[in-house]
Design a protein around this ligand. Structure first.
Ligand SMILES: Cc1cc2nc3c(=O)[nH]c(=O)nc-3n(C[C@H](O)[C@H](O)[C@H](O)COP(=O)(O)OP(=O)(O)OC[C@H]3O[C@@H](n4cnc5c(N)ncnc54)[C@H](O)[C@@H]3O)c2cc1C
Length: 348
């Protein structure tokens, strides 16, 4: 009888837990640990920030889902992992022993790399978490009362650019709808080598289409940009340029969760977990990883560092392959190990 523990109940962890429960006989336990009591469809948070959707419409209660799917649900944040003794610590609770571990903890947001970024202690908004989206919405509604310049973009080292484009384009649309666009110039500032690179070079005609779209919408693009710091109403670039704003939304660089960074050999220098093609860790044979927490190297050399985007579909493909391969390891199914295809299909 094994206890298979999944950490993180996002777009990777939740499907992984479902798949494990589906594949493993009932003598095995599937434990789902998450610091959030809701599953959040993160792509929907942009619409929450623009007050186009209530937060509740992009969330599902995990306690009910876990009950319905016969999962052992443990709410709480994992603060420590001891691979040698196959145990993990959940904040304020006892340790949990595991036979297999699947880490799907997504991104930890690297606000401290750029002074002044982020909604907590900084001056820029974010749509990466539910509480950030709610704060961004409150500020957006106040901004509409007295619009001014908007800066949208991504910090150096970021790998997730699609949401920044989506944010800039929805801002444009919402301001036009209200007849306010002439009061709010929009600047898109990015470490990408060109608009439409999206962290993956050579995607068909993305470059031409994006340039055309941004021009048509009157959004100024600054590419190859390194945001060096943000003050209360201005973004400062490394070349000294200042971009004044009344509203800014900057996506940060991502890193792995703190508990991953604390275990020697588990993650790389940023806390992303190296994996074999089967999603298994190369050294820790009973640890698998899926989604944004996984190390995927950016093959392009760019003048400003960027990461590789990890889409929701990739997270789910990795997670279901990892679940399948754990079931193979446990001899619950008689099948060959699976290797996920990581074609970057976008969910939203
Ligand atoms: C604003 C935005 C828009 C996006 N839009 C799209 C889109 O349109 N299409 C698309 O395909 N992709 C999109 N993405 C990317 C997509 O959201 C991710 O690929 C996907 O969420 C990754 O899934 P994951 O399971 O790795 O991480 P997540 O979905 O982030 O889930 C990780 C979970 O782990 C939990 N967790 C973290 N640390 C701990 C801990 N120590 N203990 C316990 N729990 C922990 C977190 O709270 C979270 O619930 C978007 C991303 C953002 C930020």
């Amino acid at each position: 009888m094994a206890n298979v523990v999944v950490i993180g109940a996002g777009l990777g962890g939740l499907p992984a837990a479902y798949e494990l429960r589906h594949l493993l006989p009932s003598e095995h336990t599937v434990t789902l640990v998450s610091e959030q009591s809701e599953f959040t469809f993160i792509p929907g948070l942009i619409q929450v920030a623009f007050n186009l959707k209530p937060l509740a419409q992009v969330q599902l209660g995990l306690a009910q889902l876990a009950h319905r799917h016969h999962l052992n649900w443990v709410p709480g944040k994992v603060t420590a992992l001891d691979p040698a003794h196959q145990r993990l610590t959940v904040e304020g609770q006892e340790t949990i022993a595991y036979d297999y571990l699947l880490i799907a903890t997504g991104a930890s947001l690297a606000w401290d790399w750029i002074p002044g970024t982020g909604p907590h202690g900084g001056y820029t908004h974010s749509v990466c978490t539910p509480d950030h989206a709610l704060e961004a919405r409150q500020a957006w509604l106040a901004f509409l009362e007295n619009p001014g310049p908007i800066v949208v973009g991504a910090a150096p080292g970021a790998g997730c650019f699609g949401p920044a484009y989506e944010f800039a384009l929805i801002a444009d649309q919402e301001l036009r709808r209200r007849g306010l666009r002439h009061q709010a110039p929009i600047t898109y500032v990015t470490p990408e080598p060109y608009a439409g690179h999206l962290g993956v070079s050579g995607v068909k005609n993305a470059r031409e289409l994006t340039a055309e779209l941004m021009q048509k919408r009157g959004i100024e693009v600054i590419d190859n940009a390194t945001i060096a710091a943000v003050e209360p109403q201005a973004v400062t670039l490394a070349d000294g340029r200042q971009l004044p704003f009344d509203y800014a939304m900057i996506l940060p660089a991502f890193q792995g969760a703190q508990f991953i960074r604390a275990v020697p050999g588990l993650g790389d220098e940023k806390g992303f977990i190296p994996i074999l093609p089967t999603q298994r860790h190369p050294q820790f044979a009973n640890i698998y990883a899926a989604g944004v927490s996984v190390k995927l190297a950016q093959p392009d050399v760019t003048s400003v560092p960027i990461g590789l985007p990890k889409s929701g579909q990739m997270a789910e493909a990795m997670a279901t392959a990892a679940a399948h391969n754990i079931a193979v390891d446990l001899k619950a199914i008689n099948a060959n190990p699976q290797v996920p295809t990581l074609e970057a299909l976008c969910f939203a």
